[in-house]
Design a protein around this ligand. Sequence first.
Ligand code: FAD
Length: 446
Amino acid sequence: MTAYTAKRLPRQTGPAGWNSILPPQTPLPQLDRNLSADITIVGGGFAGLTAARRLHQLDPTLKIALLEAGRFADGSAGRNSGFMIDLPHDLASDNYAGDGLETDRATIALNRRAIGFATEVAQDCDLPQEMFDPCGKFNAAATRAGDRHNQEFAAHLERLGEPCTLYDRQQMQEITGSPHYTSGLFAPGTVMIQPAGYVRALSSHLASQVSLFENSPVTSFEKQGVGWLVKTPDAQVATEKVILANNGHLESFGFYERRLMHICLYASITERLTPEQIKTLGGHPRWSVTPADPMGTSVRRVSGSYGDRILIRTCSTFHPTIETSPMRLRNAGWVHDRKFRERFPHLPDVKMEHRWAGMLCLSRNGSAAFGELDTGVYSACCQNGLGIARGTLQGMGVAELVAQGGSDIADHFLAQPMPPRLPPEPFASLGANSYLIWKEWRSGKE
Ligand SMILES: Cc1cc2nc3c(=O)[nH]c(=O)nc-3n(C[C@H](O)[C@H](O)[C@H](O)COP(=O)(O)OP(=O)(O)OC[C@H]3O[C@@H](n4cnc5c(N)ncnc54)[C@H](O)[C@@H]3O)c2cc1C
């Protein structure tokens, strides 16, 4: 009998800060009775929730069950920095430029389809602008090398016919209130989301259309007749088809073994700034910067019902175990405090309220882990760092593959080559962590 058992389940380190700063979360049920479904989705991040919504759009008669191991918005979908980016965002490059003009044009068009989908979600859920803001973002530089990266990326965008504007030091200070940045490249197409707000809203909205369960980790699934029996600790779902939308934990079920890279990122968010601190800071109430060097520090200033706050996101580590440790989070926190002081020396008293870690999944060649893995078992995983846009896109693509046999989005992912194997341990961890430390050191003040 064919059976797939989870070797490990997700374990989070630190609270999902974006979720913690929102009002208490309305619970969704835990799976505690046996069910039957046409399609069962494993994982309630961007890919899983999007797949559920798209399947329901394509065929409202489908019985869909979605099982999330933790609480909605407590996984990486509620732990990221909230940049839903339309442009190429190659983290392995020096300046984000992708593989070439035609490939980049195709990538941009697809990312914008995902943004279009999310925009409809925001409209249906009445998300306020503080949760879903099509305001664009800056690539901010703090060194000459960073200025050069911005200029190179601006030239690349110009060749693509994409609008962008270069800002100088003074303009960046007027916007951010920080004297740190020497230049900025503004691109208007990014949507900034409050990630936990978006995931909460989408899951609550879907709950009337789809059977959603949280705190319901899938421990195994096995072949049963022409379908599958999906098991959680308390109950099981008899289903015709399974969609694995559990990102790096796809490997925990034995798929793509030693082909996925599990990278942990770390973030801290301040307490609410006081009116005096807001005045001292200056600048605009909301802005977002990714670093000109992809391995640098992302910073966001937010403002809204959950307070005026600043987010710092930097440091990354490689973990084949798909989890990090409280000690690593503590070490990252020290770096966050230093990066905050460098950028905001005029705010010496501001403290961080929440610090957290979260996993993302990359492949060495940038390919997704997408397609049919066994009869009736599909995956929409490995978002290569751009999970808000790509996770949404994979969710759309897998739903179209399952419900209508394919689509141009599905074809895009199906055409990608297999992610190559990683070197054996301990060489993969040693190599990857040394590379990350070197790249972070090289990014310097960025
Ligand atoms: C600090 C940080 C900052 C980031 N910033 C950005 C950013 O600004 N922009 C961007 O695009 N991306 C960003 N990312 C990456 C992004 O968050 C991820 O790529 C994205 O969440 C992937 O979406 P997903 O739906 O594929 O997977 P996930 O969001 O990880 O969702 C998968 C879900 O599956 C669940 N699961 C796993 N195993 C099981 C199981 N056995 N049973 C049931 N459920 C299971 C997990 O609990 C999880 O909720 C960031 C990540 C981190 C950690």
